[in-house]
Every structure is written in structure tokens, then in C-alpha cells.
Design a protein around this ligand. Structure first.
Ligand code: KIV
Length: 260
């Protein structure tokens, strides 16, 4: 059975770390399903799968397409789907329509929003409608053009206070989990200690209740340079390249298929 949002929330009380990774396709998702507590169909789809500089171009139809595929593989983990840029910001009614489509068409169990103070009402309406909301704070990649790049957040007291109070308000509005990206460890730690819901960090130190990474980064499928917080657990780009070159050599030398 898939893990529910309550299963994930109870892990905080038990001090059990939440293991989360991203997936956009069936094969990887089926591997993650036997290992991870949460699988996210992230809008990093735009960078990783589509090869764009930002996540801004990902559409609702695209995330639903990938969400449906990943959903087929998820039997044990919790499935969360990221809401693409401008599918939830323009009005609560647009957000409800977009999120309703994602839940109905993909069978995801929760959705993730990159939030600010304007999004709090949306969090409340969505969670009151029975849909768990994962609220993403700190470095929000959909604000790429405001930051002028991917920049760490919480670098001074004003930014720290903003992210801290936003996190607290998100919980009051009904968020079920916080994703905290690209902030100093002491801020992520302060938020984690001050909220009742789990925090999942990415580039935010090791004091959160769980961690998430982009799978293709940790597997070394995306080319370097990776963000400094990424640990490469494999270099599959090299392994794949070597295997393809071996295949090429065999074909050129007429060694494949072997004639027996
Ligand atoms: O889009 C994404 O994959 C994400 C995670 C890395 C947190 O937002």
C-alpha cells in the first residue's frame, strides 16, 4: 500500500528520516518505489528531462503526462506532484481547477506548490478540499527571473525572518509538509524545530526531517557541474557512454550480433 501523508507525518514524531527523490518515468519510479518514502514528479522535469535552463516552461499537460506514468509504478511510496509555474498563482479558482486535474488524472496523493504570502489562501482552500499540500519555501526555482539565477536564500536577517514566518503561516494555512530549499542549515533547523509537520531539505543542511534530491543528479546522469550540495552516488553518464561505445565497436567490427 502507498504511504499516506499521515504515515509521512508520523515519521517526524518517531525521528525517522524521510527519504525522497524525483522521477519522471516508469522505470526509475519503479526502482524508487522499493526504496523511497516519497517520490516527487518535480517540475525539474523542465531542466532534467526537457533540457531547459529553467522550470518555467513546464505545462500542466506535461506534468500530468509524467505524473500518470510515474503513478503506475508507485505502489509503496507516497506520490507527490509539483504544480507548474502559473498553474496556481493567478487565482484560487484556477489553482483549484489545475490541482483538481492533477489529482483526478494522475492519482497522486499530494501536490507541491512554491509558496509566498499570496499563496496562503490557496493552501487553505486546497487542503480544506481534502488534498494534502507540500509547501516549498526558500529557494523557489519558479522565481528564477526574480533572483536572476538560482541563488541561495536566507542570506541575511530580513530574508531569514521572511522564510521563517512564511513557513509558520504555511503550517497555519494547512500545509502538510514543508520542502526547504537552498537556505542556511541554521534556518532550516530553526524551522524544523518550530513546526509540527515534517520538513524535507534540499541544499539546506542535515537538520531537516528528510532529504530530497533530483535522482539524475545523485546518479550522475545529468552532466556536471551539479549544485554544491549534491552527492554523486554514481556516475551513470560515464557508464552509459562506455556501454554505448562498446555496442558501437561491436557493430562496426561485426561482433554484434554474434554468429553462432
Ligand atoms: O522540481 C523538483 O524536482 C523539486 C525538488 C528537487 C524539491 O522541486
Amino acid at each position: 500500500m502507498r504511504k499516506s501523508i499521515l504515515d509521512l507525518q508520523s515519521m517526524k514524531a518517531k525521528r525517522e528520516r524521510i527519504v525522497a527523490l524525483t522521477a519522471y518515468d516508469f522505470q526509475l519510479a519503479s526502482i524508487l518505489d522499493s526504496v523511497c518514502d516519497l517520490v516527487l514528479v518535480g517540475d525539474s522535469l523542465g531542466n532534467v528531462f526537457q533540457g531547459n535552463e529553467t522550470t518555467l516552461g513546464v505545462t500542466l499537460d506535461e506534468i500530468i503526462y509524467h505524473g500518470k506514468i510515474v503513478s503506475k509504478a508507485i505502489k509503496n511510496s507516497h506520490l507527490c506532484i509539483d504544480m507548474p509555474f502559473m498553474t496556481y498563482q493567478s487565482s484560487i479558482s484556477d489553482a483549484m481547477k489545475s490541482i483538481g486535474r492533477v489529482i483526478k488524472e494522475t492519482d497522486a496523493q499530494s501536490i507541491k506548490l512554491e509558496i509566498n504570502f499570496d499563496t496562503l489562501d490557496t493552501i487553505e482552500r486546497i487542503s480544506n478540499s481534502g488534498i494534502p499540500v507540500v509547501a516549498h519555501v526558500g529557494l523557489c526555482p519558479q522565481s528564477f527571473n526574480i533572483y536572476g539565477g538560482y541563488r541561495k536564500q536566507g542570506r541575511n536577517k530580513v530574508e531569514k525572518d521572511y522564510i521563517f514566518s512564511l513557513s509558520k503561516e504555511a503550517v497555519k494555512s494547512g500545509a502538510s509538509i514543508l520542502v526547504i530549499e537552498g537556505v542556511p542549515e541554521n534556518l532550516a533547523s530553526k524551522i524544523t524545530k518550530s513546526v509540527s509537520i515534517p520538513t524535507i531539505g534540499i541544499g539546506a543542511g542535515n537538520k531537516c526531517d528528510g532529504q530530497i534530491l533530483v535522482s539524475e543528479d545523485l546518479l550522475g546522469i545529468t552532466p556536471p557541474p551539479h549544485p554544491s550540495f549534491v552527492k554523486n552516488y554514481a556516475n551513470l553518464r560515464q557508464v552509459i557512454k562506455k556501454s554505448i561505445n562498446n555496442y558501437k565497436n561491436d557493430v562496426k567490427k561485426n561482433k554484434f550480433p554474434s554468429n553462432n
